[in-house]
Design a protein around this ligand. Sequence first.
Ligand code: ADP
Ligand code: ASP
Ligand code: MG
Length: 406
Amino acid sequence: MALIVQKYGGTSVANPERIKNVAKRVAKFQAQGHQVVVVLSAMSGETNKLIALAKEIQANPDPRELDMIMSTGEQVTIGLLAMALKEIGVKARSYTGGQVKVLTDSTFTKARILSIDEANMRRDLDSGHVVVVAGFQGVDEHGNITTLGRGGSDTSGVALAAALKADECQIYTDVDGVYTTDPRVVPEAKKLDTITFEEMLEMASLGSKVLQIRSVEFAGKYKVKLRVLSSFQEEGEGTLITVEEDKKMEQPIISGIAFNRDEAKLTVLGVPDTPGIAYQILGAIAEANIDVDMIIQNVGHDDTTDFSFTVNRGDFAKAQAILEGVKNKMGAREVTGDSKICKVSAVGVGMRSHPGVASKMFKALADEGINIKMISTSEIKISVVLDEKYLELAVRVLHRTFELDQ
Ligand code: ADP
Ligand code: ASP
Ligand code: MG
């Protein structure tokens, strides 16, 4: 007998029919003698609808109240699945994050999980129930409802699996595993049987939303066996996220191409070239809880320099306003911005032992006449910032260049 945590995403619970299908799948696992904890997302599109609704009242929604609203999407699906299970004779009980108690910090809209109380779930599992938990949400020490950031149900699933020391955490979604790139952009993309945590972390952080990055971090840290599978197929092993790279096999140099449309670039021009400027600029940005991605400071000329960085597109206007204030304080010349950019990245642990990956990537982009605006590299990835209009082309070209379709 194994204890399995199964997380089903929005498309897998998009309507009553699909919820009934999930119930059948869960019942099948239980009938095989396994204990099952199910973590659910809201019906697909529902979280977006709730956010839009909030914005009709408040253009910049109050974060605490937004979490109150957003968390309701998952409350609907868990109730429906618990009913669907009961309808087919399976004992089931639904829980909100607060009822489990998934304790988080108080960073509304992107809270972090601090601890999970397993007592309720254990008791129910031991009495033969399927436990159905609302993903994406928790509760802070003051009893406020919090949410874990978009795509956060993946993290709920992995965190519950870690807390319960589950044998496996299965992420059921609308594709049958992790692919060499998003199969919706490149139909020739290939499913990977395995991918290392390291690579999956990079892919997720660089925009492959098949898994939320925090779920991968969590799984790596707590050694959760993590698998991505399709909720629409009966058969298939999906993709297993592994700790070790397979030493026996010839490693491909590049394992995948990730991309992110959600980027914006900001530049402060004519910054006095003195110690502390990076801190003055980025300190103000950090204080506003805005995540910064790529950072470039140019070589100084005439005692001034230019300083560029990228942020999430949703934070663009806020960051721009902050920089205007910083500019005036430090006597910089101008703040410019570009919110129509994207980031495309090649990821692979094989890069460590193979030089020349970057030049191959840059040549492939140059051959297509694609201009690179920013570059950043790490041991196992190379990222470029491009004009948004080149996104699909660049992803397809790089996928082909690194022979990922073979
Ligand atoms: P869910 O609602 O089940 O959480 P998501 O939409 O969050 O599903 O994630 C699944 C989607 O991730 C797929 O439909 C696919 O378009 C996208 N995706 C992006 N990159 C990849 C990749 N490398 N492999 C598989 N899917 C990917
Ligand atoms: N419903 C939430 C979202 O759309 C969480 C999730 O689906 O993982 O972001
Ligand atoms: Mg998701």
